[in-house]
Design a protein around this ligand. Structure first.
Ligand SMILES: *Cc1c(COP(=O)(O)O)cnc(C)c1O
Length: 355
């Protein structure tokens, strides 16, 4: 087996892979791939997936949990359409590619976007601080974990407006107080399950109030909530495997326990980066992500030698995003501490030889 540090689709627990494989062959006498989404056995899966999301994140009763398709990319549009009101104004924090994507899509559907905080001046290698959220806006939007750069909000924006968040790459990795948010969305494939499903958690009182003149049925969360994520054919397999993964998470102590493990994994790798003279962290220390650890070789001439070293140790998925270069170790929930130790050992041995 390889050690998968890829940024997404994510690693999942072996047990979940096995259960998923089994259900492809036999899900109550059919394959999970052929079962009708209206069959009571799948309706039970959807219900359980929704209830496990609520349990894992302690979602208050005044929120809807919805599974859709379209990825976080469609979430950019759905968020803007759901939360736009008379003023059609919103405040966005720009922390990189995904945040910029959300801004672009909101503007396309007619939102007047105020980018009131940005880290573009430093190539997005930090999280903006000391900003004031604009008042008199329909909502405030930010991206909790910046998958590409390896930065993560440790404190969330303070605002009286509904707070919207793209949590694609750190949802279920740490505790969050859902009641601070109006709307959370996340593509499944970064920490929840296979690609294909997208999770929305939305406060009920925010539904049905869109002022958009353009609201296709599929983009209307109110209708999806009313139909309990069964308005049309849901991504059956993706929801099934996400449900299995949530069962696994809750059976192992839930978000509270995995947060501690994720912290330990991040501490292990960041302390190697900080103590090893051949490497440097790529972003501001206080904003470092526990999910996506980005770092660089101080001497680019050692690149081929280092690439051979980690590849030789059966590590995959380590190159940084094509827009940033360097390295990125994505350490989603299912990546064990022992895999991080393998990478740390490679870096350590490499420095003995080349340092
Ligand atoms: C990957 C990612 C996206 C894009 O997700 P898709 O599901 O591919 O649309 C958006 N936001 C963040 C934070 C991501 O990590």
């Amino acid at each position: 087996m390889k050690y998968n540090f890829g940024a997404g689709p994510c690693i999942l627990p072996q047990e979940v892979f096995q259960q998923a494989a089994q259900a492809v062959l036999d899900f109550n006498g059919l394959s999970i791939l052929e079962v009708s989404h209206r069959h009571k056995d799948f309706v039970a899966v959807m219900d359980e997936a929704i209830s496990l999301v609520k349990k894992a994140l302690h979602v208050p009763d005044n929120y809807e949990v919805i599974f859709l398709q379209g990825g976080a990319t469609l979430g950019f549009t759905i968020t803007a359409l759901t939360l736009m009101r008379e003023t059609k104004k919103a405040g966005y924090i720009n922390t990189g590619t995904w945040a910029s994507g959300a801004i672009k899509e909101a503007r396309k559907v007619g939102v007047d976007v105020d980018v009131f905080a940005s880290s573009e001046d430093q190539k997005f290698n930090y999280i903006p601080k000391g900003y004031q959220c604009p008042k008199e806006v329909d909502y405030i939007h930010f991206t909790s974990n910046n998958t590409i750069y390896g930065t993560q909000f440790k404190d969330f924006p303070k605002t009286d407006s509904p707070l919207a968040c793209d949590m694609s790459s750190d949802i279920f990795s740490r505790k969050v107080d859902v009641s601070q948010f109006g709307l959370i969305y996340a593509g499944a494939q970064k920490n929840l399950g296979p690609a294909g499903a997208t999770l929305y958690i939305v406060r009920k009182d925010l539904l049905g109030k869109s002022t958009s003149p353009f609201l296709p049925t599929y983009l209307d969360l109110t209708q999806h909530a009313a139909k309990e994520s069964m308005l049309n054919t849901p991504p059956v397999f993706s929801v099934y495997v996400a449900m299995l993964n949530l069962r696994h998470l809750l059976a192992h102590g839930g978000v509270e326990a995995i947060e501690k493990e994720n912290r330990a994994k991040a501490d292990l790798l960041y302390s190697e980066i900080d103590s090893n003279p051949l490497f440097s962290g790529a972003v501001a220390r206080e904003d470092r992500s526990d999910m996506n650890v980005t770092f660089r070789l101080n001497n680019e001439q050692l690149k081929d030698a280092f690439d051979n070293a980690w590849k030789g140790a059966d590590i995959v998925g380590l190159p940084g995003h094509r827009s940033t270069g360097g390295y990125r170790a994505s350490m989603y929930n299912a990546l064990p501490l022992s895999s991080v130790q393998v990478l740390v050992d490679v870096m350590h041995d490499f420095t003995k030889k080349h340092g």
